[in-house]
Design a protein around this ligand. Structure first.
Ligand SMILES: *Cc1c(COP(=O)(O)O)cnc(C)c1O
Length: 408
């Protein structure tokens, strides 16, 4: 990794990964190998003893993964300092998917008998993992509205086994935002660690480590990759000793490692993160404003609108509003289905953060596994439509939305 400090994040994404390799390849080579050779037994022994476990066996690490990990660590620590005033050092671990990284996060920070506390608006997979699988492993999970600081304090007082507070902000698909700094301050007073799912904002818009987070999680499948070409997850931490020992051990032995080709796709995708995000953000603002004044639309959830309940906190902790929105049509589920089916430019698909606009229906797709009553409580109504706004020319998006809305 180049030790230079850069002034902007496009330079970070273009120039962090090392370009050193035997054959002078300009792009990061794809090290498609399960294992690495030793020139001698002594050399093998040295590599096993070293803190750097990247050139032994690919489940433990791989140089293509390292290039992606160092780039993401540089993005999340961009411009930040540690307590000693030194540039913040982070350890990033690349995984096969966001869910694999989240499994490593939860299993390395929680044991049977411990409790996990989280906000109630979450990505569907995260919520199922917490409420079903972790429960089977003896880890209890409490979901509350963590924006209510009195309730947060009370819950912490009443549950002495809370070891981790996991925040997803903005949350997918309600765009609810929680105050990372305020919650981290309360958590740390009680010796509780805080992890933040930064998937929707990306490090370009929000840096949770600057706000007190101990861990940052990404489904790099989304905006970091940007092209919908592979799944990846990243777990980052600032306690390097803990990351290199316990967290690394869980990661290496659970076996949720990435692969060199996907890591390469991620490195290539991240090179355009800043310019993609700028276009995603400006298009989303225009789409939200267009829908918000359309007579067929009941409600738009986008943190850039002053009507969003978490507008103020979004403005406080993010550089710009995240390019994800959801909305409800006055005609409910029926109108929603007709609208989605009539789209000609936008892509009908789940997931988010790709260069093209993706439209999905959470109640029947991503959040299908969450019981109906609970879904409604969390803001995922039957007619809610989610849009991850792409980088198309805005005129084409507006024309497509207008024609689809005229058909409901
Ligand atoms: C997609 C997503 C995940 C899960 O990541 P995968 O890469 O699909 O495993 C977790 N959190 C959020 C906010 C997501 O959007």
């Amino acid at each position: 990794m180049k030790k230079k400090s850069f002034k902007g994040i496009s330079t970070v994404t273009l120039h962090t990964a090392s370009t050193e390799n035997d054959n002078f390849s300009h792009t990061t080579p794809i090290y498609a190998t399960s294992t690495f050779t030793f020139g001698s037994t002594d050399e093998g022994m040295e590599r096993f003893k070293s803190a750097d476990k990247t050139r032994i066996y690919t489940r433990w690490g791989n140089p293509t993964f390292t290039a992606a990990e160092e780039t993401i660590a540089a993005l999340e620590s961009f411009g930040l300092k540690d307590e000693k005033g030194e540039p913040l050092a982070l350890k990033a671990l690349l995984h096969a998917s966001g869910q694999a990284a989240m499994t490593t996060l939860f299993l390395s920070t929680l044991s049977a008998g411990d409790t996990l506390l989280s906000h109630y608006s979450l990505y569907g997979g995260t919520q199922e993992l917490m409420q079903k699988l972790l429960l089977e492993a003896g880890i209890k999970c409490i979901l509350i509205d963590v924006r209510d600081s009195a309730l947060l304090e009370k819950t912490i007082q009443e549950n002495s086994n809370i070891k981790l507070i996991h925040l997803e902000t903005p949350a997918n698909p309600t765009l609810q935002c929680v105050d990372i700094k305020a919650i981290s301050t309360i958590a740390h007073q009680h010796g509780i660690r805080v992890s933040v799912d930064n998937t929707v904002a990306t490090p370009y818009l929000q840096q949770p480590f600057a706000l007190g987070a101990d861990f940052v999680f990404h489904s790099a499948t989304k905006f970091l990759n940007g092209h919908g070409s592979a799944l990846h997850g990243v777990l980052l931490g600032k306690d390097l000793e803990f990351m290199n020992s316990k967290v690394w051990k869980w990661h290496a032995l659970l076996g949720g490692n990435s692969n060199a080709f996907d890591a390469y796709l991620l490195i290539q995708g991240m090179k355009t993160l800043e310019i993609r995000m700028d276009r995603h953000c400006s298009n989303t603002k225009k789409v939200a404003e267009f829908l918000n004044t359309h007579p067929a639309v009941e409600k738009v959830n986008y943190t850039g609108l002053t009507s969003h309940p978490d507008h103020a906190i979004a403005c406080k902790q993010m550089k710009n509003h995240a390019p994800l929105m959801s909305f409800e049509l006055k005609g409910g589920l029926d109108a929603g289905k007709k609208f989605i089916d009539a789209l000609e430019v936008c892509t009908r698909a789940v997931s988010l953060g790709t260069v093209d606009t993706l439209v999905s229906h959470p109640a029947s797709m991503t959040h299908y596994g969450i019981p109906h009553a609970e879904r409604i409580k969390y803001g995922i109504t039957d007619g809610l439509i989610r849009m991850s706004v792409g980088i198309e020319n805005y005129e084409d998006l507006e024309a497509d939305l207008a024609q689809a809305l005229s058909k409901i």
